[in-house]
Design a protein around this ligand. Structure first.
Ligand SMILES: CC(C)(COP(=O)(O)OP(=O)(O)OC[C@H]1O[C@@H](n2cnc3c(N)ncnc32)[C@H](O)[C@@H]1OP(=O)(O)O)[C@@H](O)C(=O)NCCC(=O)NCCS
Length: 180
């Protein structure tokens, strides 16, 4: 499996179709309606989906990932997930920074995402990157009937937060990710 790691992206590794099984396993730990291995394999062989992950051997392999869909102008953050026992170590911040930098470097102008109104940790993460609330979809989530908040971020504005080294807090996991 070839894991190209963009320079300056810290421990974030670009995921390939060969990671589909690990990604599906991580999803099933984090979401009620997880993406399947087949869905990841298909998405990762296409041109419009990309994902970064962080490996942490103390977590038994893949500890976190972010998946995005992109058009020429816009990147949509589809999902970001960190294994429960690996949260609050800066992995979410590193992954978001990697995905946004990757998008900005390929000329994408805007990032968008949807989030459940109750998801305070995710909302705090997004707002710390400068995402701004742009709308609401009423009853968007079928399982709970919860609304979705729509957040957008202008990628044409240079931001220090895209650089993991300039973030508010360095990533200092108790067991360093191997980056393998
Ligand atoms: C949201 C999520 C990805 C954050 O990942 P994480 O690795 O724990 O986040 P980080 O350690 O990088 O934290 C970055 C910032 O996010 C915010 N944040 C993260 N967890 C938080 C929490 N539990 N409460 C409040 N703010 C939180 C903070 O602003 C934090 O910055 P700080 O540590 O300087 O205060 C993680 O909680 C998760 O996987 N949740 C389940 C899946 C999910 O809901 N995904 C989003 C929907 S698509």
């Amino acid at each position: 499996m070839n894991h190209a790691t963009p320079s300056g992206y810290g421990p974030c590794i670009r995921m390939t179709a060969g990671d589909a099984s690990a990604l599906a396993e991580l999803e099933s730990c984090c979401f009620a309606l997880p993406w399947t291995q087949e869905a990841f394999a298909e998405a990762l062989t296409g041109l419009t989906f990309s994902a970064f992950g962080i490996r942490d051997e103390a977590a038994g392999g893949l500890a976190a990932y972010i998946g995005v869909y992109h058009t020429p102008d816009e990147v949509e953050i589809l999902n970001i997930a960190v294994r429960a026992d690996r949260r609050r170590r800066g992995y979410g911040r590193l992954l978001m920074a990697a995905a946004l930098r990757d998008a900005a470097e390929t000329g994408i102008l805007r990032a968008v995402l949807e989030v459940r109104t109750s998801n305070a940790p995710a909302i705090a993460l997004y707002e710390s990157f400068g995402f701004e609330k742009a709308g609401r979809r009423r009853g968007y989530y079928h399982d709970t009937g919860e609304d979705a908040l729509i957040y957008v971020l202008d990628l044409t504005v240079p931001r220090l937060s895209f650089n993991p080294d300039s973030g508010r807090k360095p990533c200092e996991p108790s067991s360093p990710p191997t980056g393998k």
